[in-house]
Design a protein around this ligand. Structure first.
Ligand SMILES: Nc1ncnc2c1ncn2[C@@H]1O[C@H](COP(=O)(O)OP(=O)(O)OP(=O)(O)O)[C@@H](O)[C@H]1O
Length: 267
């Protein structure tokens, strides 16, 4: 049985800023348009504001100024449940429901689609099983979450998000805890999802392989936004990360090294 498709959503950020009350902004005036089905990868140094931007997109935080629009609808003009039916998030923090099985955790993704007190519908069961299959988790379906490795838990979190049938999925550093094989598999899965994706990544080479569009943040400011091959240039990488990036011939991949100034600052 195939998984029924919902059309991917468009995302628009209009002059979005955010800061904790009165102590200055963490994010400054970010605007971008993401067409349905495109993959936006957000990169930037530690503390640049990547997780904060993602929290605004999955409606955990409300912008201090500006708007986040999903298909031209301000997500803060809609109920949390309405947004949860369209947007799923995979966060760096993992749940502490160690006594639940993998299947039960993935089934939590169905919550926004259920009516109060309604028992699981056949569609719920199908979506949970489909998500378990996509992440190769069927053999672990009855294991307790608390007994899984870090990488297995991360795959459960992605399966839970897929069970939610989102039209936009937000992933904060989803390759954390994954070995290189599962990193590549997960990023390939993301490319095959046919939903709109916003994902933060630290690895610029993985970002180049995954992104349609790329946003570079530095100190909460958008340094560059656009097609990945135009944005990931040695100059912009140097500006954002203070490292030297040498393109590997014939690819969009880079070798990285400290530049001379960085070396001096450590000596
Ligand atoms: N609620 C908050 N109150 C005060 N400062 C905050 C709050 N949330 C985030 N910050 C600050 O905002 C900055 C950006 O944090 P954020 O977690 O978004 O960065 P990041 O780019 O995801 O970093 P990393 O790559 O290290 O995960 C940091 O300096 C952080 O301390």
């Amino acid at each position: 049985m195939s998984c029924p498709d919902k059309p991917p959503a468009s995302l628009r950020l209009q002059g979005v800023s955010w800061g904790p009350s009165r102590s200055g902004n963490v994010l400054h005036d970010i605007s971008l348009d993401l067409s349905p089905g495109r993959i936006l990868v957000v990169v930037g140094p530690n503390g640049a504001g990547k997780s904060t931007l993602l929290r605004l997109i999955y409606r955990f935080l409300k912008p201090t100024t500006g708007r986040v629009l999903l298909d031209d609808e301000d997500i803060h003009a809609c109920s949390a449940r309405h947004v949860a039916r369209q947007v799923a998030a995979v966060l760096q923090e993992q749940p502490t429901d160690f006594a639940l099985t993998v299947r039960e955790i993935v089934a939590l993704g169905r919550a926004p689609h259920r009516n109060l007190l309604a028992s699981d519908s056949r569609r719920d069961a199908h979506m949970v099983d489909h998500a378990l299959g996509r992440l190769a988790l069927r053999p672990l379906a009855n294991r307790l979450f608390g007994t899984l490795s870090g990488g297995e838990r991360q795959r459960v979190m992605v399966a839970r998000a897929l069970a939610q049938e989102p039209r936009l999925i937000v992933l904060d550093e989803p390759t954390n805890h994954l070995d290189i094989r599962y990193q590549l598999e997960l990023l390939q899965l993301i490319r095959e999802l046919r939903i709109t994706v916003v994902c933060s990544l630290h690895d610029l080479n993985l970002a180049a392989m995954t992104a349609d569009d790329l946003l570079i943040l530095r100190d909460g400011h958008p340094l560059a936004f656009g097609a990945a091959e135009q944005v990931l240039t040695p100059e912009l990488i140097a500006q954002a990360f203070d490292v030297r990036a040498r393109p590997i011939q014939g690819s969009t991949q880079f070798d990285f090294s400290l530049n001379d100034l960085s070396m001096e600052s450590y000596s």
